[in-house]
Design a protein around this ligand. Structure first.
Ligand code: PBG
Length: 312
């Protein structure tokens, strides 16, 4: 009876698993602050994708860690870059799996910022238009290597429109765009920066990520991304921004994704390790809340466990 009248139900298709692939390792390596989450080598990554697909998941979100970084982020758009190589291997092994790629420069820039920077004494600036050129090249190279969707996470102005235009002009009308539309500058990205080896070497990301105090601004940013051609919009992080998630879903009625981020994961894992929380109950409650608040898609490091948990 309880199940019959339950308003919010979770299913395996709600979840997307983030996958990290590193050019620097031969064997998978666990991320210290994220128990159960690994960086995979290029040799292993297609196998990991296969396991995700076999478990019942429909989609993964791919992040790359290059062997070398530079000031042009050239590894981000190289034909034989880490993500491009991983994409080809994954698509060969599991052509049905939806592969989404994170499009950002921070992992590929020697300074760790999400764009081209100009440093001027104590100040630095991220140059919007120069960055967009590189993001477009990156997105196109992912599409060419087989990405089904790209997820620009950089937060530059105008990048969605520029990527959409380049896709249309190059025969990738079918390649989708999930935009990190409402992406807040957040303390909860800490563990990710260990996983992606991308902490900024100077300054922070506050000039291009949003202030957690601003809700209307998030709605304006989202409206712009939709106008520019985003197919799915994302709110990130998830739980601390559940009000934004609700408003975005209500206002725009677009497919909406919530990214339950690394710090949100690490926080629950740490409590579980201490015996303070029941992992399965806590995670199912969090995911149900996100779905109730309007998430059509949830990106989560628990995706694989969740497939099991929602089955029984
Ligand atoms: C940027 C990016 C970040 C995350 C996803 N894409 C980090 C950042 O903006 O600093 C964070 C995801 C997480 O914390 O799980 N390329």
């Amino acid at each position: 009876m309880r199940n019959l009248v339950r308003e919010t139900k979770l299913s395996a298709h709600d979840f997307v698993l983030p996958v990290f692939v590193s050019e620097k390792i031969d064997k998978r390596r666990q991320i210290e602050s994220m128990p159960g989450v690994f960086q995979f080598s290029l040799k292993e990554v297609a196998g990991e994708a296969q396991r995700a697909q076999d478990s019942g998941l429909q989609a993964i979100l791919l992040f790359g860690i290059p062997a070398k970084k530079d000031e042009q982020a050239s590894g981000a758009y190289a034909t034989d870059g880490v993500v491009q190589k991983a994409l080809r291997a994954i698509k060969k092994k599991c052509p049905e799996l939806v592969v989404i790629t994170d499009v950002c420069l921070c992992e590929y820039m020697s300074h760790g910022h999400c764009g081209v920077t100009r440093v001027d004494g104590d100040h630095f600036q991220v140059l919007n238009d120069e960055t967009i050129d590189l993001l477009v090249k990156t997105a196109l190279s992912h599409a060419r290597a087989g990405a089904d969707m790209v997820a620009p996470s950089d937060m530059m102005d105008g990048r969605i429109g520029a990527i959409r235009e380049a896709f249309d002009a190059n025969g990738f009308q079918q390649t989708g765009i999930i935009s990190y539309a409402a992406k807040f500058a957040s303390a909860f990205y800490g563990p990710f920066r260990e996983a992606a080896e991308s902490p900024p070497k100077f300054g922070d990301r506050r000039s291009y990520q949003m202030d957690c105090a601003n809700a209307d601004e998030a709605l304006r940013e989202t409206a712009l991304d939709i106008e520019e051609g985003a197919d799915i919009v994302m709110v990130k992080p998830a739980l601390p921004y559940i009000d934004i998630l609700w408003r975005v879903r209500e206002r725009f009625g677009k497919p909406t994704a919530a990214y339950h981020v690394s710090g949100e994961y690490a926080m629950v894992k740490a409590a579980v390790e201490k015996g303070f929380l029941d992992e399965r109950a806590a995670v199912l409650e969090i995911m149900t809340s996100l779905k109730r608040a309007g998430a059509d898609i949830i990106i989560t490091y628990w995706a694989r466990d969740l497939v099991e948990w929602v089955r029984d």
